[in-house]
Design a protein around this ligand. Structure first.
Ligand code: COA
Length: 161
């Protein structure tokens, strides 16, 4: 069985993330969406909220697992014996950071785990969770960039009608 990990903050999950998850789910037997609990990044949604949001938007996919972890990604990968770590590339600007991270992680993985990059669809290449939060907080609309339910929950957090 080929097990993949797609890790991130997912605060909140966007259609760009979901697109990567859907494509990865066709490529691997099991895809774990790993929510990082990162003390240096202030989160809008707690881990339970992020987990239920991911569950909601991936409910039609039958090979998705949702988990959370803290600390070094490579430790989590080694402990769970993932074959592959999926990363989405949005633009050339992501590349430099991603290659550094992939090469450092390659040293830290016990054996054989590969980093696989999927190109983000152009229609999602400009979005990030922070940008979605900022636009929603200021009353802008983000139709088609986040799932309708996520949009509703984000508006609720910011008390936006
Ligand atoms: N569509 C839309 N948005 C996307 C996206 C896509 N396909 N891919 C990434 N993004 C957004 C994310 O929402 C995130 O937005 P934000 O910064 O506003 O929250 C931003 O792009 C950056 O994404 P990413 O690089 O995946 O950051 P992250 O915080 O979600 O996750 C980890 C980064 C978890 C992979 C990384 O920090 C990590 O490995 N941490 C563990 C510590 C560690 O091992 N360090 C050593 C590394 S060598």
């Amino acid at each position: 069985m080929r097990k993949a990990l797609y890790a991130g903050s997912f605060d909140p999950i966007t259609c760009g993330h979901l697109d990567i998850i859907q494509r990865a789910s066709k490529m691997y037997d099991e895809v774990t969406v790993g929510i990082i609990i990162n003390p240096s990044k202030a989160a809008l949604f707690d881990v339970e909220e992020r987990t239920s949001m991911i569950k909601c938007v991936t409910s039609k996919l039958d090979n998705i697992k949702i988990d959370s972890f803290t600390g070094l990604l490579a430790k989590y990968v080694n402990n769970n014996k993932f074959d592959v770590v999926i990363r989405g590339l949005r633009a050339i600007t992501d590349f430099e950071y991603e290659i550094q991270m992939a090469q450092m992680n390659a040293r830290l993985y016990n054996k054989g785990t590969e980093t696989v990059f999927l190109m983000t669809q152009p229609k999602y290449s400009f979005i990030s969770s922070s940008m979605i939060k900022e636009v929603v907080m200021l009353g802008g609309e983000v139709d088609g960039l986040v799932h309708e339910e996520i949009y509703k929950l984000t508006k609720k957090k910011f008390n936006v009608k």
